[in-house]
Write a protein that binds this ligand. Structure first.
Ligand code: NAD
Length: 477
C-alpha cells in the first residue's frame, strides 16, 4: 500500500505512517498517511518563513495561474476525489462530490481575486500630502482544520492565504488526511515554489501545539471545537499574532404555526441529519410553536422513517456513518443524557448493523425537551435533534438566542413580518428563512457570533480582512 508523505520545503518526507480507516467499512484502509513529528512541524514553519519574501512579491499572474490550474484539476477529478472523501469521512457520495466541487469553486474564486486586489488613495488633511492605503500579506499563516469538511475547509483557508501572498503551514485533522494530501499534491504540481505550502499531517497535541507556540507564525486560522479554539486564542495573544476562529454551533431552527409544513420538515430534516448531523451549521434545536407542534413532530417522524442509513458509497444511502467510534460513543452518551433529563426519544437513536462494519446510528429525535437540558446546550455533533415546544414567536426568538453559541439560525414561516424580525434579531452570524441552517454559498461571508467565531469572516471578498494587513503610506508632494 502506498505511503502518503508530508510536504516540507517542496520535498515529500517522512516514513512513520498510520492507517486512514473508512468509517463505513472499518476493514477498508483508505491509505497509509505519515504523521509529522514536532521537528517536522518546526522545519515546515522555517520553510514557509524562508519562502515568504519571494512569494509575497510574486506576480499576481503567477498566483492566478496556480490557483486556476488547481481549480480545474479538482473539478476534473471531482468523482474520484469525492469517493476518497466519502471513504475517509463517511458523508454520502453525492454530498462528498458536492464538497469537492465547492473546493474547486473556491480556488476559482480566489484565482480571480488575485487580479482584483485594490487599495485606496485619499487626500491628507494636510496640504500637499498624498495618502495611500494598501493591503499586504500577513506572512506565514498556520492553517488548522477539522475532520467534517476535509476538502472545503482547507480550500477556503489555503486559497485566500496563497491568493494574497502568504506562505502556509497546513495541519489537517488527523482523521481525514486523504483529501488534504490530495489538494496539496495538486497545488504542488500546479507550480507552487518550494516552501510556499507545507503539509504537516499529524496530531493536534504534537504538530498543532508546535504551531501554536511558534513566534514565526504571523497568523493562525482555525476551524474546530470551541475548546481547541480557546487554546489557539490564548497562544496567539501570547505571540501577538492575528487569529481567526470558527468553532461550534447549537443552531436553532424555529417552526411557526403559519409555516408551510413540507418546507419546514424538509429544512429541519436536512439541517439536523444530513451529513450525519456532523456540520457546525447543523440544527439540533427545533423550536416549534404550539399550534403546529404535533403535526410537525408526526411529519418529522414519518420523514425520518424513510431515511436510509448505510455505507457512504452505496447508491441510495442518504445518511452515512458517524466518523469514528469515539464520536459514536459521544452521540449515544448524549442520547442517554437526553432520556435521563426527561426528554422523550420520539424516534431512532439505535446503533445499526449494515453489510459492512461501520459506525451507523439511526437519526434520533427528542421531543418534550427544554432549552435548559444539556442536549439543548452542548454541541453533540451527530444525528441527534430535540424539539422544544414554545407558545409563540416571541418565546421562540428568546429560546433561539438563549445559547452561548451563534453560528447559524433558521426560521420556517410564511410571515414576512416574522421572517424580517428574525433576520434582524437573531444573534447568529448566518440566518436562513425557509431553508436549512446548513448549506452556504462559497462566494459570500461565512461565520458566527458569540462563542462560535472570533475574528474576520471567511470566504468571499471578506477573506481579505484576515489574510492581509493594512498599510497607510504618506508622501509629500
Ligand atoms: P478539534 O478542535 O478536535 O480539532 C480541530 C483541529 O485542531 C484538528 O486539526 C486537531 O488536530 C487540531 N488540534 C487539536 N488539539 C490541538 C492543539 N492542542 N493545538 C493545536 N491544534 C490542535 O475539532 P474536530 O473534532 O476536528 O472538529 C469538530 C468541531 O469543529 C465541532 O465543534 C464543529 O462545530 C467545529 N466546526 C466548526 C466549523 C465552523 O466553521 N464554525 C466548521 C466545521 C467544524
Amino acid at each position: 500500500m502506498s505511503i502518503y508523505q508530508n510536504l516540507i520545503a517542496g520535498e515529500w518526507v517522512g516514513d512513520e505512517a498510520s492507517p486512514n480507516i473508512n468509517p463505513s467499512n472499518t476493514d477498508d484502509v483508505v491509505g497509509m498517511y505519515v504523521r509529522a513529528s514536532a521537528d517536522d512541524a518546526k522545519h515546515a514553519i522555517a520553510a514557509a518563513k524562508a519562502a515568504f519574501p519571494t512569494w509575497s512579491r510574486s506576480g499576481i499572474l503567477e498566483r492566478h495561474a496556480i490557483l486556476r490550474k488547481t481549480a480545474d484539476e479538482i473539478l476534473a477529478r471531482k468523482d474520484e476525489l469525492g469517493e476518497l472523501l466519502a471513504r475517509e469521512e463517511g458523508k454520502i457520495l453525492p454530498e462528498a462530490i458536492g464538497e469537492v466541487t465547492r473546493a474547486a469553486q473556491i480556488f476559482d474564486f480566489f484565482a480571480g481575486e488575485t487580479l482584483r486586489l485594490t487599495g485606496e488613495v485619499v487626500p491628507s488633511v494636510r496640504p500637499n500630502i498624498g495618502v495611500e492605503i494598501t493591503r499586504e500579506p500577513l506572512g506565514v499563516v498556520g492553517i488548522i482544520t477539522p475532520w467534517n469538511f476535509p476538502i472545503a475547509i482547507p480550500a477556503w483557508k489555503i486559497a485566500p492565504a496563497l491568493c494574497y501572498g502568504n506562505t502556509v503551514v497546513f495541519k489537517p485533522a488527523d482523521l481525514v488526511p486523504g483529501s488534504a494530501w490530495a489538494i496539496v499534491d495538486i497545488l504542488h504540481r500546479a507550480g507552487l515554489p518550494k516552501g510556499v505550502l507545507n503539509l504537516v499531517m499529524g496530531r493536534g497535541s504534537v504538530v498543532g501545539q508546535v504551531m501554536l507556540e511558534s513566534p514565526d507564525l504571523a497568523g493562525i486560522t482555525f476551524t474546530g471545537s470551541t475548546s481547541t479554539g480557546k487554546r489557539v486564542a490564548l497562544a496567539s495573544i501570547e505571540h501577538n499574532r492575528k487569529f481567526q476562529l470558527e468553532m461550534g454551533g447549537k443552531n436553532p431552527m424555529i417552526v411557526l404555526d403559519d409555516a408551510d409544513l413540507n418546507i419546514a420538515v424538509e429544512a429541519a430534516a436536512n439541517s439536523a441529519f444530513f451529513s450525519t448531523g456532523q456540520r457546525c451549521t447543523a440544527s439540533s434545536r427545533l423550536i416549534v410553536t404550539a399550534g403546529i407542534h404535533d403535526r410537525f413532530v408526526a411529519a418529522m417522524t414519518e420523514k425520518l422513517k424513510t431515511l436510509n442509513v448505510d455505507n457512504a458509497l452505496k447508491a441510495g444511502s442518504q445518511i452515512g456513518p458517524v466518523v469514528d467510534d469515539k464520536q459514536l460513543r459521544q452521540d449515544t452518551d448524549y442520547i442517554e443524557i437526553g432520556k435521563s433529563e426527561g426528554a422523550r426519544l420520539a424516534f431512532g437513536g439505535e446503533v445499526l448493523r449494515r453489510d459492512t462494519p461501520g459506525f451507523y446510528l439511526q437519526p434520533a429525535l427528542f421531543t418534550e425537551a427544554t432549552n435548559q437540558m444539556r442536549i439543548s446546550r452542548e454541541e453533540i455533533f451527530g444525528p441527534v435533534a430535540s424539539v422544544i415546544q414554545v407558545k409563540d414567536y416571541d418565546e421562540a426568538l428568546a429560546v433561539a438566542n438563549d445559547t452561548p453559541l451563534g453560528l447559524s439560525a433558521g426560521i420556517a414561516t410564511t410571515s414576512l413580518k416574522y421572517a424580517t424580525h428574525f433576520k434582524r434579531n437573531s444573534e447568529a452570524g448566518m440566518v436562513m428563512v425557509n431553508l436549512p441552517t446548513a448549506g452556504v454559498d462559497f462566494h459570500v461571508p461565512f461565520g458566527g457570533r458569540k462563542a462560535s467565531s472570533f475574528g474576520p469572516r471567511e470566504q468571499g471578498r471578506h477573506a481579505a480582512e484576515f489574510f492581509t494587513i493594512v498599510k497607510t503610506g504618506y508622501t509629500l508632494g
